[in-house]
Design a binder for this molecule. Structure first.
Ligand SMILES: [Fe+2]
Ligand SMILES: [Fe+2]
Length: 298
């Protein structure tokens, strides 16, 4: 990825991505059997990725409480992911508005908005099907995101998008071949993993192109924005309400999760690939690197 990508390559990549989108796309409305009953005893996410896994609090939960907590956690993570996709649609729409409408690069940006629209509906249906609350991020994150969606562009935008897409992608990928997970969740993950791979390619290349002319205070600003997005999103993935859903004190359980070495390791694991990439291209570095450490992503 360290090679230099020129603007004309944009359309070459976009042509490939458009072609792949045409050949390999899903319609969650028909590709997922929304009426199929859940499978008794199957899980909702890998146990070892649940935020309390390995703590004394976890040990005290019954098997059915653990299953229920996993269901609420995946629901919370999904609801935050869904919300970030809507913010991403706003970013991409603003981005595409200023591009040449004749170019494949623009067409792919618009195609991606279409993908994210279907994903957001798919995730919303999944959360409803599991009978879960619409957790989502707290107001303290929603409000600045309105401003973020309206003004951010360039490398900080593509890097932020990648952080969200690639961290959740890692978790979803780990469930694809896991027979112990509910089939509906595996199918949602499969659809998402296939389509996100294209989004990741698009954003990674565009980020590299944008970075070639970025240095000094401007680079630090883009790094800072990306670090803050990573910090904010990773911290709100698990809503404290998930603990209350299994009868735990939300404050206490959240505090336990944040100091849980397994959970910290899961965060690092989720971010591992994107952190390596952003470090390689120079998007992680300088003073804002500390924020990544504070979020347990480094
Ligand atoms: Fe998506
Ligand atoms: Fe995406």
């Amino acid at each position: 990825m360290a090679r230099v990508l020129r603007p004309k390559d944009r359309d070459v990549t976009a042509e490939r991505l458009l072609d792949s989108s045409m050949r390999n796309a899903y319609d969650p409305d028909v590709d997922i059997d929304w009426d199929a009953p859940l499978v008794e005893g199957k899980g909702f996410m890998p146990e070892e990725r649940v935020s309390l896994y390995g703590t004394p609090l976890w040990d005290r939960l019954t098997p059915s409480q653990r299953l229920e907590l996993a269901k609420h956690e995946i629901g919370s993570i999904t609801s935050v992911g869904l919300w970030t996709e809507i913010v991403l649609m706003q970013l991409l729409a603003r981005y595409a508005a200023d591009l040449d409408p004749r170019s494949p690069h623009t067409h792919y940006a618009l195609t991606e908005i279409g993908d994210e629209t279907r994903h957001a509906i798919m995730f919303g249906k999944g959360i409803a099907r599991l009978g879960l609350p619409a957790y989502g991020p707290p107001r303290v994150v929603r409000l600045p995101a309105k401003l973020f969606g309206a003004v951010i562009g360039g490398p900080a935008m593509f890097a932020s998008v990648l952080v969200v897409e690639e961290t959740t992608d890692r978790l979803q990928r780990s469930m694809l071949d896991d027979e112990s997970i509910q089939p509906m969740i595996r199918m949602i993950n499969r659809i998402h993993v296939v389509e996100e791979a294209r989004h990741v390619r698009y954003a990674r290349e565009e980020l590299v192109r944008g970075l070639t002319s970025l240095r000094g205070p401007a680079l630090e600003l883009h790094r800072l924005v990306t670090a803050l997005v990573a910090y904010a999103v990773i911290n709100v993935l698990v809503h404290p309400g998930v603990y209350a859903a299994v009868g735990l004190d939300p404050r206490e359980a959240r505090a336990v999760a944040l100091t849980n070495p397994h959970h910290r390791e899961s965060r690092r694991w989720m971010a591992e690939k994107i952190v390596a990439f952003l470090t390689e291209v120079g998007m992680i570095g300088g003073p804002s690197k500390r924020i990544w450490q504070k979020a347990y992503l480094l």
